[in-house]
Write a protein that binds this ligand. Structure first.
Ligand code: AN7
Length: 369
C-alpha cells in the first residue's frame, strides 16, 4: 500500500524539522495533533471590545487529550533508543496516552496511578491498552517521586513523564498550529496548569516561531490552577492537593520553574479558579458552544468567565486580560475530552425520569403537543 497512508498526518510528520527526530527515527503515531481552533462567538461577545476568542480543542486527539502530542515523540525516541518498556506516573491522561502509544510501538507500559483518583474513562484506557497498572497508596506527587527513583536506579525502562524533554517538544506543536491557523500568535493564551508542562511547552513553541519570524508577537501566557491544588500560585509545595478536577490534582509540579518563567516572561500570570467555577465553566461550554471537556480542561474558560463578569473581580489574570488590545485575539486550550470523566457530570445531575410507555400519546404529552 502507498506509504502516504502511514503516519502522514501526525505531529512528527507535520512538524518534523522542529522536533528531535532524524530520518531513521521510527515514528510511532496515531495521527495526533492538527486539532481544530474553534471560534467562540459567545465568549468573544462576553469579552467585548471586538476581541475574538478561540478554543483549541485538544480533546480531539486520538486518546482524548493533548498528551498524545508529547507521547508520539517520547515513545518514538524511546523505541529508537532500544527501550522495551516505558513507565510514567499520571493523573490519568498521560497514562492513557503512554498505554496507547506503547501498544502501537509493541512496548510494555507501566503506569503509576494515585489510588482512587483516576477518572473512569482514563482508567478504562490504561486497561484496554494493556498497561501494567500500579496503584500507589498516595497522590500523584508520590507516584512521580517513585518514577524519578526508578529512573535514578537505572532500571531498564524509559521514563515518559514530562521530565523527559521529548514530551514538551511534542507538545509545543500546538502553538505552531495556532500560529498557522491564525496567521499570527494570539494576544493572550489561557490554559489549565497541573504538572506545568503544557504552559511551558506552548511558550517554547511560541518563542521558537517568533524567533523564526513566523509570528510578529508573543502571547501573554495565563495559567489557571485549581484553588485547592495551586502550588505555583502560592509559591509553595502543597502536600495534600484537593480538587475534583483530578487531572490537575498536583501539589509539586515537575515543570514549575519553566512554567513560572513562561508566565512571567510573557507578561502573563498564574491564577486560581474554584472547583465550583470549573464545573460551571464545563457546563457553560457544553451547553453554549457544544464543546464537552473534562473538568480540569475547563479551567481556562472558568478564568475567562470570571473576568468578563460584570464588575470583574480583582485577580492576577485581570491585568493580562486588560492588556489585550481592542480586536485582539485570545486562545483558550481545552486539554481533554469530557467523556474521560462522565462521573463529573452524572454526580451533579438529577436521575433520569422513569421510562414512558411506547405510545404516541405518552410522547406527545411530554412534548406538550
Ligand atoms: C486534561 O496525565 O499530569 O500542566 O498525569 O490531564 O501540562 O500537567 C495531566 C495534566 C490539564 C495539566 N488538563 O497539564 C497526567 C497529568 C488535563 C490534564 C493538565 C492535565 P500540565
Amino acid at each position: 500500500m502507498d506509504r502516504k497512508f502511514f503516519n502522514d498526518r501526525g505531529v512528527i510528520a507535520r512538524w518534523r524539522e522542529f522536533l528531535p527526530v532524524t530520518a531513521t527515527t521510527p515514528v510511532v503515531s496515531l495521527n495526533e495533533g492538527s486539532t481544530p481552533l474553534i471560534h467562540s462567538p459567545r465568549l468573544s461577545a462576553l469579552v467585548g471590545h471586538g476581541c475574538r476568542v478561540f478554543i483549541k480543542y485538544e480533546g480531539l486527539n486520538p486518546t482524548g487529550s493533548f498528551k498524545d502530542r508529547g507521547m508520539t515523540v517520547a515513545i518514538s525516541k524511546a523505541l529508537e533508543a532500544g527501550a522495551r518498556s516505558v513507565i510514567c506516573a499520571s493523573t490519568g491522561n498521560t497514562s492513557a496516552a503512554a498505554a496507547a502509544y506503547a501498544a502501537r510501538a509493541g512496548m510494555g507500559c507501566y503506569v503509576l496511578l494515585p489510588a482512587g483518583k483516576i477518572a473512569l474513562g482514563k482508567m478504562t484506557q490504561s486497561i484496554v491498552h494493556n498497561a501494567q497498572i500500579i496503584t500507589v497508596d498516595g497522590n500523584f506527587d508520590d507516584a512521580l517521586r517513585l518514577v524519578r527513583e526508578v529512573a535514578e536506579s537505572g532500571a531498564p525502562v524509559a521514563v515518559v513523564n514530562s521530565i523527559n524533554a521529548h514530551r514538551l517538544e511534542g507538545q509545543k506543536t500546538a502553538a505552531f498550529e495556532i500560529i498557522d491557523d491564525l496567521g499570527e500568535a494570539p494576544d493572550a493564551h489561557f490554559l489549565p496548569v497541573g504538572n506545568a508542562g503544557n504552559v511551558s511547552a506552548y511558550w517554547k513553541g511560541y518563542t521558537e516561531f517568533h524567533a523564526l519570524g513566523r509570528s510578529m508577537k508573543l502571547p501573554r501566557m495565563v495559567g489557571f490552577q485549581a484553588a485547592g491544588a495551586a502550588p505555583i500560585f502560592h509559591d509553595r509545595v502543597i502536600d495534600a492537593p484537593e480538587t475534583l478536577a483530578s487531572a490537575i490534582r498536583i501539589g509539586n509540579p515537575a515543570s514549575w520553574k519553566l512554567a513560572t518563567a513562561a508566565m512571567n516572561d510573557s507578561g502573563g500570570a498564574v491564577d486560581i479558579v474554584s472547583d465550583e467555577e470549573i464545573l460551571l465553566a464545563q457546563r457553560w461550554l457544553a451547553a453554549n458552544e457544544g464543546i464537552f471537556v473534562e473538568p480540569a480542561s475547563a479551567a481556562g474558560v472558568a478564568g475567562l468567565l470570571r473576568y468578563t463578569k460584570d464588575g470583574a473581580l480583582e485577580g492576577r489574570a485581570l491585568a493580562p486580560l486588560r492588556a489585550v488590545p481592542d480586536e485582539g485575539v485570545i486562545v483558550i486550550t481545552v486539554t481533554g475530552h469530557g467523556l474521560k470523566d462522565p462521573d463529573a457530570i452524572l454526580k451533579q445531575s438529577i436521575p433520569l425520569a422513569p421510562a414512558i410507555p411506547a405510545t404516541r400519546e405518552a410522547i406527545l404529552g411530554l412534548l406538550g403537543a
